[in-house]
Design a protein around this ligand. Structure first.
Ligand code: CP3
Length: 648
């Protein structure tokens, strides 16, 4: 049957659906697309399921108050597994005696098959938020034992939400996903995607995302798949799948109004042609920035010229002819070229796109004429694979949707495999290194464990850090476990950046100044020591913090070839205390809102304090403020470069 609507209009559409793979192919064709079927999973029932059996036992003893069924297949599996060990009727009687909550229509049908009815039903679209909102209206779970039937991966938000409401939660996983027996079609499709042969990807289940990534990685295609996904249209069947995509750093361009495969494909067919055109247009516009890449230096043959430039010399405290300068946030909103790019892509999309991130990095460094480039990224990217729900809200900065505040929350924070989940940053570094003038060093960076932990516990920027300090002081075990996870991730992440081509790295401990020296020493210093000890030797590390007047000696003890300070200490006085180490800083960023003579006077006042001491790297005390006039940044760089050579 030929449909009258033009639909996909001949686009090539990849479907990762497995159970309904054939139906999906027919639907894509019906709506005018060229289907590429790439089944990516297979359900594996957990036949020997100790959790489900334990659940049955506890339920029959009357120790479970509420049972939450999330899927129809899962509901049937629980009943089947329980009946394999226990008397089926007795189990069903016990279930009838508990408060049963269902999400969506399918578990209701499954319960109906055994003559049961739920006590509370959660209507569509039934994400974890809807489940919690319904419970808030209908059922007080405080002090209750709540069993949650899970499918695929655990839903950390739902579990945390139930615990926040005072429930004792226990999880009943009933089936998991495996790769299909035959992965050839998936591999074939991924190669096609990497080569630019696909226009639209249809994700119809959250578990598909991990499988696609896993196979892409095995085939050595991850970076090209990620890059392609910025160009083609990524369609997700519903909010749970979208969340899985975003958590792994993929864009989500389309979601249907209802999470049904038929509706999904039909609505996608209507929306996708325009979305594909828009994404291509963005590429073309941004392409204005594209430059022919100079040939990469011959690896291993000759050291990069930048290793002998003023920045690297200063890191090693060797004499220089002029004080090197670079600026934190040198590629940022104060810069028109940056705002132009940001008008077309979101901040996270920009970070996830190695080509664009490299272009932004190189353009900023070259326009400014600074002595070092810093890779365009963010200290919070490392929290994405931890599964805490990172988002950047327009105009409001970062938000973490599942803040980590208890020992249980810490347990749910995933260990990070930097190579697989942050590989896009490594790729951006490789592209930047190849495009950047060979004499300009490239700085990689990461947040320090304390500062990253403060975001992860507060959920956003904070004034008093009450949750962070609460966890740190009340539950040292949980605190150390959290900092341990962040430290391991950060060590891997920075070493990966170094391997990818960064000549130096900076560790941003932007918020550590809120701590007393005692608390820093007890709760932060050991982790910082471990971090510095784990980093590739021979690569200078800049250890930066703000508001650190009381912590300088401890920061130096923690590590770093260069200590970064802000303007709330006088550079000379700070250096006297620090002794034998290079120092970076420390002009107040507010000075850049004045005028050229003031900027020159204040910059030279800072330079005078570093006079005669090898190892001064000029910088602001913190990032360039968005309201800074661009010409003032140029004026600062001129002023630093024109500081009389005999004074250096
Ligand atoms: O310095 C550079 O040019 C490299 C890029 C860079 C960014 N963030 C880009 C960014 C670096 C080094 C960072 C580090 C960073 N990120 C820190 C430590 C340094 C500091 O400023 O204290 C922190 C705390 C973050 C977390 C973060 N990222 C916040 C609090 C915000 C929102 C506030 C703000 O300035 O907008 C971001 C967003 C962010 N990171 C932007 C940029 C250019 C602005 C996002 C946008 O384009 O809208």
């Amino acid at each position: 049957m030929q449909d009258l609507t033009p639909g996909f209009g001949g686009l090539s559409v990849v479907s990762f659906e497995s159970r309904m793979a054939d139906e999906a192919v027919l639907l894509i064709r019906k709506y005018g697309g060229q289907p590429i079927s790439a089944p990516s999973l297979r359900e594996v029932p957990l036949e020997v399921n100790t959790e489900a059996l334990e659940f049955a036992e506890r339920l029959m003893k009357g120790h479970v108050d509420v049972v939450l069924f999330l899927t129809g297949v899962g509901t049937r599996a629980v009943i089947r597994i329980a009946s394999s060990r226990h008397d089926r009727e007795a189990f069903l009687r016990a279930l009838a005696g508990a408060t049963v909550v269902t999400r969506g229509p399918k578990p209701i049908v499954a319960l109906g098959e055994v003559g049961l009815k739920p006590t509370v039903t959660v209507p569509e679209p039934n994400t974890w938020r809807d489940v919690l909102a319904t419970l808030d209206r209908r059922l007080d779970v405080r002090g209750k034992v709540v069993a949650v039937q899970e499918y695929g991966r655990a839903n950390a938000e739902l579990l945390a939400g139930l615990r926040d409401r005072g429930a004792e939660v226990f999880r009943v996983p009933v089936y998991q996903w495996a790769l299909p027996e035959d992965t050839a079609p998936l591999v074939h499709a991924l190669r096609g995607i990497a080569e630019g042969a696909a226009d639209v990807l249809l994700f119809s289940n959250a578990a598909q995302v991990d499988h696609v990534l896993e196979v892409a990685r095995e085939e050595g295609l991850e970076a090209s798949i990620r890059e392609s996904m910025e160009r083609l249209v990524v369609a997700s069947i519903g909010p749970i799948t979208s969340e899985a995509l975003r958590e792994r750093g993929f864009p989500v361009d389309f979601e249907p109004r209802r999470s049904k495969i038929g509706v999904f494909i039909q609505e996608a067919s209507l929306a996708c042609p325009a979305l594909v055109a828009r994404k291509r247009e963005v590429r073309v516009q941004i392409g204005v920035w594209e430059r022919p890449q100079p040939a990469a230096p011959l690896a291993g043959e000759r050291p990069l010229p930048c290793l002998d430039g003023s920045f690297m010399k200063a890191c090693r405290r060797e004499p220089v002819e002029r004080v090197p300068i670079w600026l934190m946030r040198q590629a940022g909103r104060y810069m028109k070229a940056y705002r132009d790019v940001r008008s077309r892509v979101s901040f996270l999309e920009l970070c996830h796109n190695p080509q664009l991130a490299a272009e932004v990095t190189v353009t900023a460094a070259e326009q400014l004429g600074v002595d070092a480039a810093i890779i365009f990224a963010d200290i919070l990217l490392v929290t994405e694979p931890m599964g805490v729900g990172l988002e950047f809200l327009r105009g409001e900065g970062p938000a973490i949707h599942r803040p980590v505040r208890t020992a249980e929350d810490v347990d749910l924070v995933r260990e990070v495999d930097a190579e697989s989940s942050l590989g896009f940053v490594f790729e951006a570094i490789r592209l930047t290194r190849a495009a950047l003038a060979p004499r300009i060093p490239l700085i990689g960076f990461a947040g320090a464990p304390f500062t990253v932990a403060s975001y992860v516990t507060e959920g956003k920027a904070s004034e008093h850090y009450l949750h962070t300090k609460g966890l740190m002081l009340r539950d040292t075990g949980a605190w150390n476990a959290l900092l341990g996870k962040i430290t391991r991730a950060t060590t891997d992440y920075l070493n990966g950046q170094i391997r990818a081509g960064a000549q130096a790295v900076q560790v941003f401990d932007s918020w550590v100044g809120c701590l007393s020296p005692h608390d820093y020493e007890m709760h932060v210093l050991p982790h910082m020591r471990r971090l510095f000890a784990g980093l590739q030797a021979g690569v200078p590390v800049i250890h930066f913090g703000t508001g650190t007047a009381a912590l300088l000696e401890l920061m130096k003890a923690a590590g770093g070839a260069v200590i970064g300070v802000d303007w709330r200490v006088e550079l000379g006085a700070a250096w006297d205390r620090l002794g034998e180490v290079a120092v970076q800083g420390n002009l107040d960023p507010a000075v850049l809102l004045t005028d050229e003579p003031t900027i020159r006077r204040e910059a030279w006042r800072v330079l005078d304090q570093g006079r005669g001491r090898p190892g001064h790297i000029f910088n602001l005390g913190h990032g360039v403020l968005p309201q800074t006039p661009e010409e003032n940044v140029h004026a600062l760089i001129r002023a630093v470069h024109e500081y009389p050579v005999e004074k250096v």
